[in-house]
Design a binder for this molecule. Structure first.
Ligand code: AOF
Ligand code: ZN
Length: 361
């Protein structure tokens, strides 16, 4: 199963909004076939593993990180392939929460006399597909709020300069995440101050869809984002609706989505629903303090990634990761699960799931 998990990760950035899945076929103590889901719409991991077998899989054991499917989707059911190859046993990591599968894959195999073992390395397999499970259940993207700060909690100096806070290794890791998640989201403030590309700079990586929260549509037509919208899908989320205001951006290949206003900004709940309809299963939120606070308050943030650099900026007015009015008592804090900690070069990365995005009343 560990090998199957490693294989599954090879699909990162290529299978969304479908799951990452790996499969290994073992016979007489030997691995005789391996496969993973390589790209969206392509063959499932199980079928790729059968195709890789140099000998018949009759009586073998199939290890697969996700319950095999039993429905006709873009591909035929994997349960049929498993039965056709006369596999003796199937060992499964995660249950599939896709309502089209949801336990039926296991039942069909058992009904046909296949021995099924469930829940092997289940936590690891579930963690691998956090995005898929969230998206298939909620039909909205899984949102990861990412920011880098100094040890005194500043995301820029008093003069607004933030390049760079973390070292090379941490910045490389951010680009891996830009490949892993389908979209990247920032506020218009970031476009106006940094004129960024918000692309993915890893070898064989793919660029995330860029989403700019731009209430009043102030993104400059000559910005890097707009200039490269023909090559990299770009969505401007705005409260403006006038055709003459929107048209120049459309002419430059930007997708302009007009949404209702909430608390003076684009309604982020409405935005995530719209992104879900567009099959965007995950968003890396690289906002400033205003957008981050609005996202937390809207309850759309699932995970927080905090890079901490061994530096101090100081300055009472230097910006911090989450702005707004803030909560007025510690017991009203946004609550997070216990933190996972990693060292990345000279920096550290803290990651945590958001338990409750709404301050307790
Ligand atoms: C995958 N890859 O390796 C497995 C999946 O539309 P389809 O035919 O690609 O089916 C997608 C569903 O199949 C998906 O939502 C999940 O429930 C199930 N298993 N999907 O893309 C795989 N094993
Ligand atoms: Zn399948």
């Amino acid at each position: 199963m560990k090998l199957a998990l490693e294989l599954a990760k090879r699909g990162e950035g290529r299978v969304n909004p479908n799951p990452l899945v790996g499969a290994v076929i073992v016979k007489d103590g030997r691995v005789i076939g391996q496969g993973w889901h390589r790209e969206f719409g392509g063959l499932h991991a199980e079928r790729n593993a059968f195709a890789d077998c140099g000998e018949p899989a009759r009586g073998a054991t199939l290890y697969v990180t996700l319950e095999p499917c039993c429905h006709y989707g873009k591909t035929p059911p994997c349960t049929e392939a498993i039965l056709a190859h006369n596999v003796g046993r199937v060992v499964i990591g995660s249950k599939d929460r896709n309502p089209l599968v949801a336990g039926r894959g296991v039942s069909i195999l058992r009904e046909h006399g296949v021995t099924v073992t469930e829940g092997v390395l289940e936590r690891e397999c579930d963690d691998l597909n956090r995005v898929f499970f969230h998206y298939i259940e909620k039909k909205r993207p899984y949102v990861v709020m990412k920011y880098a700060m100094t040890m005194d909690g500043k995301i820029a100096t008093v003069t607004g300069k933030s390049r760079w806070i973390t070292g090379d290794a941490a910045r490389e890791r951010v680009h891996l995440d830009r490949n892993r998640y389908t979209a990247i989201m920032a506020g218009v403030g970031t476009v106006l101050s940094d004129d960024p590309m918000l692309n993915c700079r890893v070898e064989n990586g793919r660029n995330p869809v860029r989403i700019i929260c731009d209430t009043a549509l102030r993104t400059p037509l000559e910005s890097n984002i707009v200039a490269t919208a023909k090559e990299i899908p770009t969505i401007l989320a705005t409260c403006r609706t006038e055709e003459e205001k929107i048209e120049p951006y459309r002419d430059m290949a930007c997708t302009v989505v007009s949404l209702p206003k909430k608390d003076g900004h684009v309604d982020l709940t409405a935005l995530t629903e719209e992104l879900g309809k567009r099959e965007i299963d995950s968003v890396l939120l690289e906002g400033g303090g205003t957008l981050n606070e609005a996202a937390l308050r809207a309850g759309i943030v699932n995970r927080i990634q905090t890079y901490i650099a061994p530096k101090i900026f100081g300055g009472a007015a230097a910006p911090t990761p989450v702005g707004g009015a803030g909560v007025d008592a510690p017991d009203k804090a946004y609550r997070l699960l216990p933190v996972e900690i990693q060292r990345i070069g000279e920096d550290i990365l803290l990651e945590s799931e958001v338990v409750s995005c709404l301050p307790e009343s």
